[in-house]
Design a protein around this ligand. Sequence first.
Ligand code: SF4
Ligand code: SF4
Length: 399
Amino acid sequence: MTERKFSFSHGLSKRQLVELDACTRCSECLKWCPVQEVTGRRQISPPEKIRLYREFIENTEGLKARITGGKVDRRLLEDFVRAVYECTTCGACGEACEVGIFTQRLWPVLRRKMVEMGLGPIGPQANLTEFVKKTGNVYNKPPEERFSWFPEHIKVHERAEIGYYAGCTGCYEAQPMVRGDVLALHATGYAFTMLPPEEEVCCGFPLFITGQWDMLEDLVRRLVSAYETRGVKLLISSCPCCVNIMARDWPSLYGRPLPFKIRHISQFIAEAIKEKRLIIKDHLKERLIYHDPCYLSRGVGVIEEPRYVLKSIPDIELIEFERHGLYSQCCGAGGAARKVFHENAIKMGRLIIDEAVEKGADRLILSCPACYSKMHEAMEGYEKQIRITDIMELIGSLI
Ligand code: SF4
Ligand code: SF4
């Protein structure tokens, strides 16, 4: 196959080009990769993906290109496409990387290159752009059903300094979680606003992570101006992926600083507890184990606040996974890989369940709608069972 016009290096930042060159193949990251663990596939490994991509650049743009005429082996390219999309983009490899390669950002950028070549996205991911255009959400569900879970007794203000973004996955796949968010927010006594269901469109993360970037600027402009019109100064969401793209990428997609701050709901609720605006009255004599979502801990550094919230529940005992915080192990739901490589995701989810059960936890606490949906699936028909609850679902039930 000859790729004369397409450039593998174009669109990669200087940092990413240096990162491709910097991998020493030390293999330190291999033992942290959950996909490697459940599949044993060498191709998925970070040094192998980096080696292949570096080879594509060298063979098409380097000295070798003058000799070979810029050829890339089709089979190697297909291997690479599968490997880069089978990855959950959990970023654990980057956290462990000896030379500091920021893999949670590198993999989506390489996926975008595959989309440019017409080789990505893969499987049902290819429908996402069309679904968002048609319905505003990645699940192709009717927008009028987006807030079907919303507690009727809670008032949403037309304008308020606090805005709440529920997100597609919470609304359509993890309703107890977003319901808990709203109950907890309401309990703080602060007024908050939301967009009407047809205006609360996708935050862009699923499109970003699968390399389909065409619609991103449009989505961000629509959302930012809608919240600005409502007087929002602080936008809160419970979805780590939404918070991630809002905090990291919305400003550049919007073209200037956002007119409001972004916070994960656990940060907001932790502060409300400290200020005694929210008091958890009910006791819970249980042993809880908290799973850090990849895009919350490694993504935006929110590690202590969910623990502070949980420790504020009278009588609970909080225990930890061996891998937690920045080194948390992906539950398999990340990177939009869960709907394509379903079996991998189930196996990864069951590794988390196994450890939670072995450690004698009464309940597994999550803080991400994708984890929530996938972990419930992983539990179906499994011999080991544990109760799964979202952190705000739990708080909402105790206030
Ligand atoms: S991001 Fe996660 S799944 Fe992907 S290669 Fe790194 S450790 Fe493996
Ligand atoms: S830890 Fe970093 S340098 Fe070492 S093999 Fe993995 S990606 Fe390469």
